[in-house]
Design a protein around this ligand. Structure first.
Ligand code: ZN
Length: 277
């Protein structure tokens, strides 16, 4: 397992990260509030809502500090140094020598037909990490991905920062979403056993909660694609096992195209994450 970290400058200090993260959170609240005012109702929010804004901002900047630096031990009574024996591993990149990378798509708010066309055309394996509202709204859209052989996984019901909650609440969020996926898509056998924690924020409670619904790995990422650009945690060159984070946003087609191009140029294959984890 490679304990890499989402795209962020190397040589950064954990405490500085925390500071940045808190600062970001304040900005996010302001952003979300602005978006709410601008959206003026739920109709727009289903396409590109405050959650999408917040998600893209925080997950893309990769502002989550290293697990060890999180000062939540007193709050939760758990540390990340002694995970339960059956705790799923936390992964940022797949440990492999194969020239493969993996594409993950999160949330589900914006059901881009163009993205679906690209996935179909390139026969691109993608792993979907979904929340409850998008699944309820766009179930038939995700069924198209499933029909292509792709798998859906839990990204929690309501996209909270799990580290702000105890085991029971985390379990309800993580396992509740697994239940919903099985209810909607279970017949197709397309519901997988991976978890992506919202914002890439997980702690010892997350592992314990996820183990309760047989989660086999907590999957973070080693690269992101946004606005048609790919950012990697390790520099500009793809390395084997790279996990790329994207979202169901209006720039998803451009992002998928850029990932495919990057893979082609470097002679990498986009492989199926579930075949490796
Ligand atoms: Zn998300």
């Amino acid at each position: 397992m490679t304990n890499t970290h989402s795209p962020a400058p190397t040589h950064h200090h954990p405490h500085r990260d925390i500071h940045v993260r808190r600062k970001n959170r304040r900005r996010l609240i302001a952003l979300a509030a602005t978006a709410l005012v601008l959206a003026g109702g739920a109709t727009v929010a289903t396409a590109v809502g405050p959650d999408t804004l917040r998600e893209t901002f925080r997950e893309t900047v990769g502002s989550t500090p290293p697990l060890e630096s999180k000062d939540d031990t007193a709050q939760t009574g758990h540390t990340d140094h002694a995970p339960a024996p059956d705790a799923p591993p936390v992964i940022h990149r797949v440990d492999t020598d194969d020239r493969v990378i993996f594409v993950t798509i999160d949330d589900g708010h914006y059901p881009s037909e163009q993205a679906l066309d690209l996935v179909t055309e390139h026969e691109m394996p993608v792993s979907l990490f979904l929340n409850a509202d998008p699944v309820r709204l766009h179930a038939s859209y995700f069924e198209e991905y499933i029909a292509l052989g792709n798998t859906v996984h839990t990204h929690t019901l309501s996209h909270p920062d799990l580290t702000q909650h105890g085991v029971a609440e985390q379990r309800a969020e993580i396992c509740g979403m697994v239940d919903l996926l099985k209810e909607r898509f279970g017949g197709s056998g397309a519901v997988g056993s991976l978890l992506r924690a919202p914002y890439g924020a997980s702690d010892g409670n997350t592992a314990e909660a996820a183990a309760a619904c047989e989660t086999t790995a907590v999957v973070h990422w080693s690269g992101t694609a946004e606005d048609g650009k790919v950012s990697l945690a390790h520099g500009n060159e793809l390395v084997p096992g790279e996990i790329i984070l994207t979202h169901f946003t209006d720039d998803l087609p451009a992002n998928l195209q850029q990932i495919q191009q990057l893979a082609d140029e470097a002679d990498f294959t986009i492989a199926r994450l579930e075949d490796y984890l």
